[in-house]
Design a protein around this ligand. Structure first.
Ligand code: SF4
Length: 431
């Protein structure tokens, strides 16, 4: 996952097709999965899984290569994204950037434009930073040293494990939500899989079941098992190559596992968004790095105006800003927008501010006045949201931090979804 947190969100599940498993081709399907098997976390179980994967893996483009760069790109694109969604992006991306050198030479805007629609833009930006670091520090080669790989932008334990296993054949576990579920069932583990201690224990168990000569196939086999067979709500134990080794299957509790703690209800942030529009376009500001939408372009946001009081605040806005910054401007309430992040909700009152007779102040001055306490929430538990919702340590290098963006260019900018919603609300509620 991008800037991976210790607790990774579970990957989206793949839908089952009429014959999603290719079960007819499996070497030893059905309850028991072949010869009896004791401990699931052994090389014996790992080899069964590797054999099954070799015989029935789906035909996917990123499985036809051992190019570490192409595998790394696929792993980054698959974070939080379905296989069928990422495939066209993967093809286009590798066609345009076939190696780290071509990617490193690209502008951030070009990369993000190619990424548009895939979401979680931090991944694209981290990939660009990674390519530049690889060209600068590793002669353009993805390093096969675990520490060097983990030191690259956007690479956490999961992605490092996947690349090391699949591209370099090193027995480094890659544990995400799907693998946690599979392992919890294989071992009938009753521990909360969202706890870091459980993740560490599962990592060691996966390591124990990985024969050094089958590292890639065990890694991909676990991913495949989680995506097609050991499904969250209805595990297909009858088609599982590891059912003879699976304690949850033996004990009849596959569907009761894994155990995970009750999720807290999402936090709600109430914010005010300012869509400030003048002859030169709409005011965009750079979000602070390290928080929600970190480093992305957005409209100014602040959280110190209670949504309920927004109309009154709005009336006083032109004179309420320092130095009468917006005096003469027309301020209109454009309604409420809600946006759900992974662990929190933004409820946003949208104010559409249009220039009056006189010119608007410079973008930087307006941005500073309007963006106080802007919801970036750098100190709070938004960290995991920040990791998955476009956070990045570096801002876009290709545009100023605060500027008026011409309307005609907005559709070509990689704006976060929530900002697109805010702009749509301002447009929709035009008088
Ligand atoms: S729960 Fe069923 S599908 Fe999952 S690993 Fe065990 S036997 Fe296989």
């Amino acid at each position: 996952m991008a800037s991976e947190s210790p607790e990774l969100p579970e990957l989206p599940e793949l839908p089952e097709s009429p014959d999603p498993t290719g079960d007819r081709a499996l070497p030893a399907p059905g309850p028991g999965g072949g010869a009896p098997c004791g401990d699931p976390f052994t090389h014996d179980a790992g080899r069964r899984l590797a054999d099954w994967f070799a015989a029935s893996a789906r035909d996917l483009p990123f499985r036809k290569t051992r190019d570490p760069y192409a595998i790394l790109v696929s792993e980054i694109m698959l974070q939080q994204t379905r296989v069928e969604t990422m495939l066209p992006y993967y093809a286009r991306f590798l066609e345009r950037f076939p190696d780290p050198f071509s990617l490193a030479a690209a502008s951030e805007e070009e990369v993000l434009t190619l990424w548009r629609g895939l979401g979680y833009y931090a991944r694209g930006r981290n990939l660009l930073a990674l390519a530049r670091a690889v060209c600068r520090d590793h002669s353009g080669r993805i390093p096969d040293d675990p520490a060097a790989l983990r030191a690259l932008p956007g690479i956490g334990d999961y992605t490092a494990g996947a690349v090391l296993s699949i591209a370099f054949g090193r027995p480094e576990p890659a544990v995400d939500g799907n693998v946690l579920r599979v392992a919890a069932r294989l071992g009938a583990l009753e521990d909360d899989i969202l706890l870091p201690s459980t993740r560490r224990a599962v990592t060691e168990r996966v390591r124990a079941m990985t024969p050094p000569d089958r590292a890639a196939q065990v890694c991909e086999g676990l991913m495949e098992l989680g995506a097609r067979i050991c499904l969250p709500a209805a595990p297909r134990c009858g088609a599982c190559p590891l059912s003879a080794c699976c304690r949850a299957f033996r004990e009849g509790k596959a569907e009761a596992l894994p155990v995970r703690r009750r999720r807290m209800p999402p936090l709600v942030d109430r914010l005010t968004a300012f869509v400030v529009e003048g002859p030169e376009g709409i005011l965009l500001v750079r979000r602070p790095a390290g928080g929600l939408l970190g480093g992305m372009d957005a409209v100014p946001l602040r959280r110190d105006v209670p949504v309920r009081d927004a109309p009154a605040y709005m009336e006083g806005l032109p004179s309420g800003l320092p130095d009468g910054l917006l005096s003469g401007a027309v301020v209109r309430d454009a309604g409420l927008v809600r946006h759900q992040f992974t662990h929190r909700t933004w409820e946003i009152r949208v104010l559409h501010v249009t220039a009056g007779e006189g010119p608007l102040p410079p973008a930087a001055r307006l941005a500073a006045a309007l963006s106080a306490d802007d919801g970036s929430d750098r100190e709070s538990d938004a960290a995991s949201d920040a990791a998955s919702e476009n956070a990045s340590a570096d801002g876009p290098a290709d545009s100023p931090a605060a500027r008026f963006e011409p309307r005609a260019r907005l559709p070509h900018r990689p704006l976060p979804k929530v900002v697109q919603k805010i702009l749509a609300a301002a447009d929709r509620n035009e008088p």
